[in-house]
Ligand binder design. Structure first.
Ligand code: N7H
Length: 473
């Protein structure tokens, strides 16, 4: 197929709403499905496509929410937003040729995430072709597609899910349905360990007007296929305005994480044991629970800074120095900023940027779990990221950065260790350094994986045009 010219403008009516803007949500239901009857499905897709919320519509919804708040109206506007994505298996069922799947340029996508699970460091038994990850059985089945519905309440989302199920009828079989919820009260926006999330997603040139100070804005092609910045030149034209969606079903052992921090406070003059534990946790993440970056405020939290969009993401890290922020801290591992962008490497990180969506799932920690220091109810993160390349984005970050002990490169003679939040050590001890600011060479061995992957899949989130003209019939 002849290479199409790259799109130079963003058609916000063609791009699904979650990618650039994030669907507004208090709750979100993810439905993983198998296509049972291809012709009936393609027909139903025609009827379903107008329900898919575009970026332009999400911007309107967000403006309506802002207006509602400005006028001091209580409660939430009744609202839902639907998006859809397909695995390679699903696209093939819908008639996309093997040649086009190959031309998409992603082996990880073509083979599916189950085959990539060992490479990602997920725990399991066997090795190579016999590797069997410790995943929920649903994710070991072939999943063709994912429909997700975000909204203001369970009632609104359930009603929309009912409408969608009616459209698809028996053309699909539900493999799994997972409900995620924003955490309640003042924990809203915070993930289950308690840290504010959703702070640092890439600003996209020509989309995000007046980006706040922080990492360099990216060209749209870092996230969207067929735009400048997309490094794959073989894309079929139907993939333009689409993006690869990585889904990960990540459980979090919150009582165990909290107990470890309580038992391992940073001991420093002037810090109470509670403050020492809080500091240890902040050094694992690279941010305080408020979201304030430790690279800016290394010894105590600064909630006022965290509320200031001009300051919350305005830091770079200092090469070869982990007194303020450990090399292994989650946000340094997953976006090392000046560690790579500065001399002598001068590496542009645009192709490594991903935008994270997703939502928390599971209940709040109960009193009994706190008492026993043991998880009894499943909870965690329904992780979603978008990028124009799984290999350059999510896969590289997890495999070559988070799980790699020697990353980021530095010449202090101290090995950084793995990312204490998501790093997998392939059976070896989960060692980290730098988490004690008084002695950055001290190695801490982490007893368990506090983040436990239990499934996932690689999907493609197509444009509205591709949905209507290429996939539906
Ligand atoms: Fe992470 N956490 O609570 O510690 N993440 N993450 N993540 N993460 C970030 O900056 C967390 C996961 C990235 O631009 C924050 O928005 C948890 C995976 C990237 O500076 C917090 C889980 C991958 C960034 C967390 C989890 C990433 C980032 C700070 C799993 C990719 C932005 C808030 C349960 C492989 C880095 C913010 C930047 C930030 C947490 C998963 C990547 C608090 C609990 C699997 C790129």
């Amino acid at each position: 197929m002849a290479q199409q010219p790259l799109a130079t403008t963003l058609d916000l009516n063609d791009i699904q709403g979650d990618i650039l803007s994030g669907l507004p949500k208090k709750t979100e239901t993810y439905i993983f499905f198998d296509i049972q009857n291809v012709q009936a499905f393609k027909h139903a897709l025609k009827q379903f496509a107008p329900l898919v919320k575009t970026t332009a519509q999400v911007l309107k919804d967000r403006a309506a929410i802002d207006e509602h708040k400005k006028h001091g109206h209580g409660g939430l506007i009744k609202m839902t937003a639907v998006n859809i994505a397909f695995s390679a298996f699903g696209l093939i069922k819908l008639g996309i040729s093997q040649t086009d799947i190959t031309a998409l340029g992603s082996t990880a996508f073509a083979n599916g995430q189950l085959k990539d699970s060992e490479n990602l460091g997920d725990t399991g038994t066997g090795t190579g072709a016999t590797f069997d990850p410790d995943w929920d059985p649903a994710f070991k089945k072939k999943i063709d597609g994912l429909i997700f519905v975000a909204g203001d309440s369970h009632a609104s989302v359930d009603e929309k899910v009912g409408e969608i199920k009616h459209i698809f009828g028996h053309s699909i079989l539900q493999i799994a349905s997972i409900r995620g919820d924003v955490r309640p009260g003042k924990e809203a926006g915070h993930e289950h360990f308690g840290f504010l999330d959703g702070i640092s997603n890439p600003s996209v040139i020509d989309f995000d007007k007046n980006p706040p100070p922080g990492p360099k804005p990216v060209r749209a092609g870092a996230l969207l296929c067929g735009h400048p910045g997309d490094l794959t030149s073989t894309r079929p034209s139907w993939s333009f305005d689409g993006s690869f969606l990585v889904f990960r079903y990540l459980f979090q052992l919150v009582p165990e994480f909290d107990q470890f921090l309580r038992q391992n406070p940073v001991v420093e003059p002037g810090l109470s044991p509670e403050e020492g534990s809080e500091l240890r946790g902040a050094r694992f993440v690279g941010r305080w629970k408020s979201g304030a970056p430790i690279d800016v405020t290394p010894l105590k939290d600064d909630p006022a800074l965290a509320k200031d969009p001009q300051r919350i993401n305005n830091f770079q890290f200092t090469q070869n120095d982990q007194t303020r922020c450990p090399f292994a801290a989650h946000v340094r591992k997953t976006l090392p900023r000046a560690d790579l962008e500065g001399p002598p490497f001068n590496i542009d990180l645009e192709s490594r940027r991903i935008t994270r969506r997703g939502v928390q799932f599971g209940p709040e920690v109960t009193d009994e779990e706190k008492r026993l220091n043991k998880t009894q109810h499943g909870r965690g993160l329904l992780f979603v990221s978008y990028q124009s390349s799984i290999e350059n984005g999510f896969q590289f970050i997890q495999h070559s950065w988070a799980n790699t002990k020697t990353f980021p490169p530095q010449n202090t003679g101290v090995t950084p260790g793995i990312d204490p939040i998501i790093g997998q050590a392939d059976g070896a001890p989960r060692d980290v350094t730098g988490t004690n600011p008084v002695n950055v060479a001290e190695t801490l061995t982490l007893p368990v994986n506090w983040v436990v992957p239990r499934g996932g899949e690689y999907f493609f989130s197509p444009s509205i045009k591709a949905l209507k003209e290429t996939l539906a019939a």
